[in-house]
Design a protein around this ligand. Structure first.
Ligand code: HEM
Length: 487
């Protein structure tokens, strides 16, 4: 009897302390409108279901929040409070002041450790300063030859699809991007384009899908439950396999560096070599974490945008014709791979890519945590609160983009029109000091590859891209289906 009494007393004391520590959260919550929530459950019920249902629910919930007329709203997922805003000025304040990733990114940490993408803010600050110079244009532009060479291999591979039935373009493009990121990040010529089914690529895909599943399946989230499933063992084995691969490359590069004092005497340097030169004090583990983060953050994002752009041009032939004419003006009949000058002239293609990233924002959600008080337009958020930024929803908001927000119009990105928009109305690469470090790399690679494809083939797409799902990234439910014919 006494023990039962003691347990009840402990639970009550724990609960009172829990409420006391979280008092600022409840005070903030009390000031924000209560929309779409259930008692106790909060908004958790909106986040139950498969990846497609999840996206539909998020869109419906956001619509309710938008109608509330409040610039800042709240969402309770279990015990976690998230502040949600679609107001660009508030988004800017959040992304500039809150550089800590939200706790939901922790599932990536087993794999990427303290690599830039998930590193806690104290480590991130030091490492971002070291990594920033190696993403400078003068290094990244050295990779334009790799983008062109791999793009030409892709064009050759696509030949087998000419005049045939619909196929999923993404499978071809993701192999090409993998070859690009491996060669530029660590000097490894993987030739995934010709050997897509290697144990490494399989392991990598397995880890991605297990982590993706954990993000959105509530019951898989607590480590205690996850560790009971067979996925836990599989994740451990496959992560070990991917780590072993990068570890071996890092070890080899470190030996070269120790022997010669620098990585190579002349010629193009990969990102790992540049990183070693910039900071030889990085441990091998830190180098692996950064290189793995770069290859993971840089591959699927870029491959998805290229695939969505092909779908958009496949269903908007007038815009495809303009892109084709632009490439005719640049290349004439030359078959050369795109140079820096060629890429700089691809203004229309760049607008097409930007408009595609607006409608199909491949990183649809960015979640941060406040580290100090942040004053927003209608309230002040205390430290320790989650903030959800929803670029995918903002990019389709009629308030920000007008009544034709859902239609494809690359001229929204004419410089004079872009200049009139709030800088946070359009954030496919996020914003502020923790934005995408690889955005210049990504843009050059995407323009080079798309130009290579579109000057060789005319693409057609009949698939409507209305059905989408979130699996960390934004994916079309029925794939990126295209037919192609030779120009
Ligand atoms: C179209 C292509 C790309 C898109 C749309 C994209 C988008 C983004 C976004 C939205 C973030 C911030 C995510 C967040 O805060 O949750 C991010 C971060 C990052 N991206 Fe990209 N990305 C692209 C290509 C690349 C490429 C090509 C690379 C590397 C070669 C890269 C490397 C990174 C890294 C390392 C981070 C973490 C930066 C940090 O926390 O300091 N990304 N990216």
């Amino acid at each position: 009897m006494f023990i039962v009494f003691l347990i009840i007393l402990t639970v009550i004391a724990y609960y009172i302390n829990f409420r006391r520590i979280r008092k600022p959260l409840y005070e903030l919550s009390g000031k924000l409108p209560d929309i779409g929530s259930f008692p106790i459950l909060g908004h958790t019920h909106w986040f139950i279901g498969g990846p497609e249902k999840l996206l539909t629910n998020i869109k419906q919930l956001v619509k309710l929040l938008e109608e509330s007329q409040s610039a800042v709203n709240k969402v309770w997922i279990g015990p976690s409070l998230y502040v949600v805003t679609l107001n660009p000025a508030d988004v800017q304040k959040i992304l500039e002041s809150s550089l800590q990733k939200d706790s939901s990114y922790k599932f990536l940490q087993n794999w990427l450790g303290n690599g830039l993408f998930v590193a806690p803010v104290n480590i991130w600050k030091m490492h971002r300063r070291i990594l920033l110079p190696i993403f400078h244009n003068r290094f990244i532009e050295d990779y334009i030859e790799v983008f062109g060479t791999q793009g030409s291999i892709l064009v050759d591979r696509l030949e087998e699809r000419v005049g045939k039935s619909e196929f999923d373009a993404y499978t071809y493009i993701t192999s090409c991007m993998l070859d690009i990121v491996f060669e530029t990040a660590m000097g490894e010529k993987m030739d995934v384009q010709h050997n897509p089914d290697t144990p490494y690529v399989r392991a990598r895909n397995t880890v991605m899908s297990i982590i993706g599943m954990r993000f959105f399946k509530a019951w898989m989230q607590p480590d205690a439950l996850f560790n009971l499933t067979s996925y836990s063992k599989l994740q451990k084995e496959t992560i070990e396999l991917t780590h072993k691969f990068t570890d071996e490359v890092v070890k080899r590069k470190r030996m070269e560096f120790d022997k010669y004092g620098e990585s190579k005497t002349n010629g193009r340097k990969d990102l790992l070599e540049l990183l070693l030169e910039k900071n030889p004090n990085f441990t091998d583990e830190q180098l692996r974490e950064h290189i793995d983060s770069i290859t993971i953050a840089g591959n699927d994002t870029t491959a998805l945008v290229i695939s969505y752009t092909l779908l958009m041009l496949g269903s908007h032939q007038d815009h495809q014709e303009k892109v084709y004419q632009e490439s005719k003006d640049i290349f004439g009949d030359s078959k050369r791979i795109p140079t820096k000058d060629d890429i700089n002239k691809m203004d229309y293609l760049e607008r097409v890519i930007k408009e595609t990233m607006r409608l199909y924002t491949v990183v649809p959600i960015i979640a941060r945590e406040t580290q100090e008080e942040v004053k927003l337009s209608s309230c002040t958020i205390p430290a320790g609160v989650g903030c959800a930024v929803l670029p995918f929803v903002m990019h389709r908001s009629e308030k920000l983009w007008g009544p034709d927000a859902d239609s494809f119009n690359p001229d929204r990105f004419l410089p004079e029109i872009s200049a009139k928009r709030h800088p946070c109305a359009y954030i496919p690469f996020s914003f502020g000091a923790r934005n995408c470090i690889g955005r210049h790399f990504g843009m050059l690679a995407m323009k080079s590859i798309l130009a290579n494809i579109l000057r060789t083939y005319k693409v057609t797409s009949k698939t409507s891209c209305d059905r989408l799902k979130i699996e960390i990234l934004l994916i079309p439910v029925s794939g990126h289906l295209l037919t192609i014919e030779k120009r």
